[in-house]
Design a protein around this ligand. Structure first.
Ligand code: CAA
Length: 257
């Protein structure tokens, strides 16, 4: 597939999508959003791939939605062209998606990071929702995901007063899993993703689905989802193999079945 606004690469069982509009700080125009999700969905369907990384460049992961593309839009154009709805395609990706973030992750860039499953931040990463400075609010999930993740007070400050978070703060507040040096951020993310890709694929898929349910439902419903995902794993070859390998003190050989 020939993309013009993203670059894709495969390393072992890890698929990498690099956002590639450096001239616009990787601002998401419709073309880049569409290609990003096309690339993610292609990796998601590829049996060889176990985990996916999305990254940007050293200056910017992504500086948000493309302001120049939206500046003259009417509310009806925003609705009918479905630009912010495009972000929802991330929710259909079944494999773990890891954001490797250096530099700015602002607006829709920060919201995309919040939609990923895990985040490797380099020391230069900065996260924020500056929409208030251009007369709007986040429209791709930021108000809800930040409030759930960080609590009301900090989310409020970010959304209505443009508070940005450093990489160290992102780690402290649980927005990032690791902070790594700028040089080698992608390599660190690949090592992290490879470890996940080496695990039992169906269990990874069920685990991702169950954890995500915690953000959608009550505890009672979430616990039901967990059970619904837990029991079927006992019908898989990998469960038999994993438990037998433990008993025989050897490494499991996963089949993804
Ligand atoms: N949309 C369109 N173009 C953008 C952009 C954006 N979000 N962010 C940066 N650019 C462009 C700039 O216009 C500039 O282009 P020109 O060279 O043609 O002038 C180029 O990228 C480089 O940017 P700067 O010169 O501004 O670089 P800087 O290093 O001085 O600043 C920055 C970097 C802090 C990221 C700054 O560019 C910035 O504040 N960007 C806008 C961030 C923002 O407001 N994001 C929210 C967008 S709205 C949104 O995302 C809504 C939603 O919820 C979906």
């Amino acid at each position: 597939m020939a993309y013009t606004t993203v670059i894709t690469e495969t390393r072992g069982r890890v698929g990498i999508v690099q956002l590639n509009r450096p001239q616009a700080m990787n601002a998401f125009n419709t073309a880049m959003l569409t290609e990003l999700f096309d690339a993610l969905e292609a990796f998601d369907k590829d049996n060889h791939i176990g985990a996916i990384i999305v990254t940007g460049n050293e200056k910017a992961f992504a500086a948000g939605a493309d302001i120049k593309e939206m500046a003259e839009a009417s509310p009806f154009q925003m609705i009918t062209e479905g630009r912010v709805e495009l972000w929802d395609r991330i929710r259909g990706i079944k494999k773990p998606v890891i954001a490797a973030v250096s530099g700015w992750a602002l607006g829709g860039g920060c919201e995309f990071v919040l939609s990923c499953d895990m985040v490797i931040a380099s020391e230069s990463a900065k996260f924020g929702q500056p929409e208030i400075t251009i007369g709007i609010i986040p429209g791709a999930g930021g108000t809800q995901r930040l409030a759930r993740l960080l609590g009301k007070q900090l989310a409020m400050e970010m959304v209505i007063n443009n508070r940005t978070l450093t990489a160290a703060e992102a780690l402290h507040f649980g927005l990032a899993n690791r902070v790594v040096p700028v040089d080698g951020c992608l390599e660190a993310a690949v090592a992290f993703a490879e470890e996940i890709a080496s695990r039992a694929p169906l269990a990874v898929r069920m685990g991702k689905d169950a954890v995500n349910a915690a953000f959608e439902t009550s505890l009672t419903e979430g616990l039901k989802t967990e059970k619904r995902n837990f029991y079927p794993l006992f019908s898989t070859e990998d469960q038999k193999e994993g438990m037998q390998a433990f008993i025989e003190k050897r490494k499991a050989d996963w089949k993804g079945k």
